[in-house]
Ligand binder design. Sequence first.
Ligand code: ATP
Ligand code: MG
Length: 416
Amino acid sequence: MDGEVRHLVGLLLGTEEDWPRAFEHLTAGLGAIPDGTGRRHTFATERLTIEPFSLRSKPRTDLVIDRLAYWYYHPREWLKKVALMDDVYVLNSPFTFQAMEKHAAYCAMMRLGLKVPETVLVPYKNPVDHDKYAYTTQRYNQPFDLDAIAAQIGYPLYMKPYDGGGWRGVSRVGNADELHSAYNSSGEMLMHLQASVDYDVFTRALSIGAETMVMRFDPAAPMHERYRVEYDFLGPETGAEVIAISRVVNAFFRWEFNSCEMLVKGREVYPIDYANACPDVALTSLHYYFPWAIKALVKWTVFCLATGRRARLDTDTRAYFEISDQAGLDYRQKLDRYAALADAHFAAAEYYDFCAAHLADLDQRVLDWASGPEFDRLIVDTVRATYPTGEHDRFIEHFRGLTGLWVRDETARLSA
Ligand SMILES: Nc1ncnc2c1ncn2[C@@H]1O[C@H](COP(=O)(O)OP(=O)(O)OP(=O)(O)O)[C@@H](O)[C@H]1O
Ligand SMILES: [Mg+2]
């Protein structure tokens, strides 16, 4: 089958300008990519706009990278329509995220035997603003002893919304006074109480399709210093475990663009936050890792479209539960089996073969871009749009330094 197949990639964006510009630039330079069957694939991008649509209209896009629909219903419903009716490939599918907030993700991973810290869901502090609900609360809500629950979990603990994100409503609770004050101010937010993990290392793993980057993270640092540039900060076994957990979480829920936070104490890995519909990929926070992230997004997009990968809107929980329910398997053995399911879901072997065969020059092209003027302009423009004027010079140098370090490391890697 000869011929050229054109693909249009839609970007559904919020306020960000950095990664879309990078993605558009790299995609525009892809040229025609053969797929081994005689066909050649070309790629264009378009920023999607919000407008009325007929449910029967045909979309022009073949794949959408979504950064918006988690918060806004109109684009979300459009995504559902194009996923259901037109087989548009969506990173991430709104079907997988709408029902899967932190709470559901905790439940599923506990069922798989992962070491999610002890977590309790408590009823709303204030009844939600609805006549019938107030009546129901009055009539059916059981009184409960918040102090006793907290004492059972142990102080310090974390109180956080069941569906949180961006630290909204998160507090570290050290004693009974703080417990009551946090609960009283939770209002209509539905809260978890969670045992705190006294960790040695905080890791954040960003997964894009079949690839995962594990980064050391410092949640207490200012935004531009949270991701630390460190290598081998976990032993090989724990490092592999962190990667396996990230992939299993993502394959289980069919998430293809997600970050997973895990706290590591000794050799134990505790996942605490892994349902991020729009994971952080800002240049000003990822810095060193930014070129990797954009390259992975481009590669996964090309792989999905050129190989005709079909999106899965359903999950396959039973395959995982059949493993988790086997009494004879220990944690490690289960994790290995889940990881095999995850590799199969992401077609990991095919993905790496495809990249080696058809995208072999992309590493060098991304390196040239990251060391060239286009990338430097991106740094300058992003800093100017993000920080107050007096801080521009300092931050431009800061991000030039960190991304320059990536350029050095990547140059060494490619010439090795
Ligand atoms: N069980 C825990 N043990 C130790 N620290 C925790 C725990 N839960 C949360 N934290 C701390 O609180 C922070 C925010 O919690 P969490 O990640 O669950 O909320 P979030 O709103 O999703 O935040 P973000 O969107 O920034 O990831 C974590 O980054 C971590 O520093
Ligand atoms: Mg978090």
